[in-house]
Design a protein around this ligand. Structure first.
Ligand code: PEP
Ligand code: MG
Length: 308
């Protein structure tokens, strides 16, 4: 069965009534690329770049980063490669980053908040990304965005990096897409305004679940409360998809929920256009997509939203 699923996984995934759902891979380093290719990923939906930093004993240089990003972009010619900027803080510590000790690190100086507070670190990564952009179809994604102001700030820093490269006559692509992760409830509630500023959104259900249900994703004591299929979380997913579509941009999901084949029909019914997951989940999810009929999926999604 696994072998036939793998064979069927070749080619794009359409529902039975011909709605295309893009199925992409989550990776943590260029070493994960062969597995993504073998499972017929239609691109990369989440490259978690923090692994580059976590396996190092000092800040990875622009050159080291450039070479990793270029490798991944070249492996997927003319397919989207969504690279997420550094997401440290929370439960991810970097010994050399000198992160402040915080009472509530998941509510603290995490991800894009850390990057905005440490522009040297941020700009090194953005320059590496810009330089790599000429080698493929780069989509840059910013994690833990909670406001329009943060989007404007990251775009400003990205602009400064472009200027720096332009001054040195170093090329970068003018086709780069800029998007955000939706993982804070505020980003969903305010999604219409955020959507006007970006080219795409991708829902991070791992964090969105913990912040919506106030249940730490790594705390076993509350593991029974941590439920990405909770109707409140699914409602936020639907709201995000609707806001994306009002703005004419694609709605994706790259949290663990996206790779759960039992949920595929509901996720499509909620309006997602793109699902990104660990490579091994791709064949089964594509198989599910091909069985889906859109109006049935919408009814199933409605039912899931009204669970008690
Ligand atoms: C998420 O929060 O769902 C996500 C994909 O990001 P991470 O798991 O890396 O926090
Ligand atoms: Mg996250």
């Amino acid at each position: 069965l696994q072998a036939s699923a793998l064979q069927e996984a070749a080619g794009d995934a359409y529902t039975s009534d011909r709605k295309r759902i893009q199925v992409l891979a989550n990776i943590g380093s260029p070493q994960d690329v062969p597995d993504a290719l073998a499972n017929h990923a239609e691109g990369i939906g989440l490259f978690r770049t923090e692994f580059l930093y976590l396996e190092n004993t000092k800040w990875p240089t622009e050159e080291e980063q450039f070479s990793s990003y270029k490798q991944v972009l070249e492996a997927f010619p003319s397919k989207p490669v969504i690279i997420r900027t550094l997401d440290i803080g929370g439960d991810k510590h970097l010994p050399y980053a000198e992160l402040p000790k915080e009472e509530n690190p998941f509510l603290g100086l995490r991800a894009v908040r850390y990057c905005l507070a440490n522009p040297d670190v941020f700009k090194t990564q953005l320059r590496a990304l810009l330089r790599a952009s000429v080698h493929g179809s780069l989509w840059i994604m910013f994690p833990m965005i909670g406001s329009v102001s943060e989007i404007l700030q990251v775009k400003q820093v990205l602009e400064e990096c472009k200027q720096e490269l332009a001054t040195k006559k170093i090329p970068y692509s003018d086709q780069i897409k800029v998007g955000i992760m939706v993982e804070i409830p505020a980003a969903v509630i305010h999604a219409d305004e955020l959507a006007k500023e970006v080219d795409f959104m991708s829902i991070g259900t791992n964090d969105l679940t913990q912040y919506t249900l106030a249940a730490d994703r790594g705390n076993e004591q509350v593991a029974h409360l941590y439920d990405p299929t909770h109707p409140a979380v699914l409602k936020l997913v639907k709201m995000t998809c609707e806001a994306c579509h009002r703005a004419g941009i694609p709605a994706g999901m790259c949290g663990e929920l996206a790779g759960d084949a039992r949920m595929t029909e509901i996720l499509v019914g909620l309006g997602l256009d793109e699902l990104s997951m660990s490579a091994k989940a791709i064949p089964q999810v594509k198989q599910q997509i091909r069985k889906i009929e859109s109006s049935q999926a919408s009814s199933l999604a409605l039912e899931a939203l009204h669970q008690r």
